[in-house]
Design a protein around this ligand. Structure first.
Ligand code: TXD
Length: 313
C-alpha cells in the first residue's frame, strides 16, 4: 500500500511539531507549505526531521515548499496558516488578517486536493473553518476544525493533576466555540467510569472549568510571543490519525451542523466520530437547561464572527 500524503499548510510553531508527529507515527509522507519568505525555514524543518528518521526508526519522506503544486493529491490537509495571538489579544482580533490567508489557502486546496480530509486550526477557529468550507465547497464531512480535542485535553489534564490519577482514565467532552464561551461539561466527565461530580467538590470543578476556558490565554501570557503549539499539534494529529486509520474515535471537533443541536448552517464544537468517511456522525447529547443556555451563548459569539467572515468572502 502506497504511503498516504499529508499537507501541512503553515510550517510555523504548530506545523513543525505536526510534521515530527506525522513522521513518528508513520502516518505518511509530509509536505510542509509556507509563504515564499520562509520557504528556507520549512525546508530546514523538513530536512531536520528527515535526518531524525534513521535514529528514530520511522519511515517517511518530508519536504518543505512554497509551491502549491507540491501538495497535489494529498489525503489530509491541515491548515495552521495565519497569525497567532500576542498577549492581550482575543482570538477574534485575528479575524481580519487570517480570513485573507484562509481565502488564499482554500482557493489553492480546492484546486489541488479535492478529495482531502481537511482540518482547520487557524483562529478564530469556528469562523475560519466556516470560511474555508464556503470557498472550497467541499462536502461537510471532509472539512472540520480542531479546537474541542485540545480544550478537552486541557480539561482532562487539569482533572488528572487535581486527582493525581492517570489522564488515560479521565474521559470528558467540551462543546461550543473555541473561545472563552466554550462549554466544558463536567456532568459528563468520568474518571475510570466514576462521575467526576462524585470525586471533587463543586468549587474545585468550577475552578477546573474556568481554567480550561482560559487555558489558551494562560499559555499566551507565559510564552509572551505566540500561542500554544505542542498540544494543538498533538490534538490535530489525533484527528488525522483517526481518519487515516479509520479508528472511528469519538472526538469533539468543530463540525458543520445541519439541524443537530437545533443549529443550522454553522460550525461549532460537538462530539463527532472520525473515520474513513471523515466526520461520519455528529453525536447529540441531551443537555440540561443551563448547558443549553451556555451553548446558545457560545453559538452567538460564533455567529458574530461568521457575519464578519460573510462580509469578506
Ligand atoms: O485550538 C486551536 N484551534 C488553536 C489555534 C490553538 C492554538 C493556536 N491556534 C491558531 O493556529 C493560532 O491562533 C494561529 O492562527 C494558528 C497557527 O499558530 P502557530 O503558533 O503555528 O503560528 P505561527 O508559528 O505564526 O505559524 C503560522 C504560519 C507561519 O509560518 C506563517 O508564515 C504561515 O503560517 N502563513 C502562511 N502559510 C501559508 N500560506 C499563507 N498565506 C500564510 N500566511 C501565513
Amino acid at each position: 500500500m502506497a504511503r498516504k500524503k499529508i499537507a501541512l499548510i503553515g510550517g510555523g510553531q504548530i506545523g513543525g511539531v505536526q510534521a515530527l508527529l506525522c513522521a513518528q507515527k508513520e502516518l505518511g509522507d509530509v509536505v510542509v507549505l509556507d509563504i515564499p519568505a520562509v520557504e528556507g525555514t520549512v525546508k530546514g524543518k523538513a530536512l531536520d526531521i528527515a535526518e531524525s528518521t534513521a535514529i528514530g526508526g520511522y519511515d517517511a519522506k518530508l519536504s518543505g515548499t512554497s509551491d502549491y503544486a507540491d501538495i497535489e493529491g494529498s489525503d489530509v490537509v491541515i491548515v495552521t496558516a495565519g497569525v497567532p495571538r500576542k498577549p492581550g489579544m482575543s482570538r477574534d482580533d485575528l479575524l481580519d488578517v487570517n480570513v485573507k490567508i484562509i481565502t488564499d489557502v482554500a482557493n489553492q486546496v480546492r484546486e489541488r486536493c479535492p478529495g482531502a480530509f481537511c482540518i482547520i486550526i487557524t483562529n478564530p477557529l469556528d469562523s475560519m473553518v466556516y470560511g474555508f468550507r464556503k470557498i472550497t465547497g467541499f462536502p461537510k464531512n471532509m472539512v472540520c476544525g480542531m479546537a474541542g480535542v485540545l480544550d478537552t485535553s486541557r480539561f482532562r489534564s487539569f482533572v488528572s493533576m487535581e486527582l493525581d490519577v492517570s489522564v488515560e482514565d479521565v474521559a470528558a467532552t467540551v462543546l461550543g466555540g473555541h473561545g472563552p464561551t466554550m462549554v466544558p461539561l463536567p456532568r459528563l466527565c468520568t474518571v475510570g467510569g466514576i462521575p467526576l461530580t462524585e470525586l471533587l467538590p463543586q468549587e474545585k470543578i468550577d475552578a477546573i472549568v474556568a481554567r480550561t476556558r482560559e487555558a489558551g490565554t494562560e499559555i499566551v501570557k507565559l510564552l509572551g510571543n505566540g500561542s500554544a503549539f505542542f498540544s494543538p499539534a498533538v490534538s490535530s494529529i489525533a484527528m488525522a490519525e483517526s481518519y487515516l486509520k479509520d479508528k472511528k474515535r469519538v472526538l469533539p471537533c468543530a463540525a458543520y451542523l445541519e439541524g443537530e443541536y437545533d443549529i443550522n448552517g454553522y460550525y461549532l464544537g460537538v462530539p463527532v466520530i472520525i473515520g474513513a468517511g471523515g466526520v461520519e456522525k455528529v453525536i447529540e447529547v441531551k443537555l440540561t437547561g443551563e448547558e443549553r443556555a451556555l451553548l446558545d451563548n457560545s453559538l452567538n459569539a460564533v455567529k458574530k464572527a461568521v457575519e464578519e467572515v460573510d462580509k469578506r468572502i
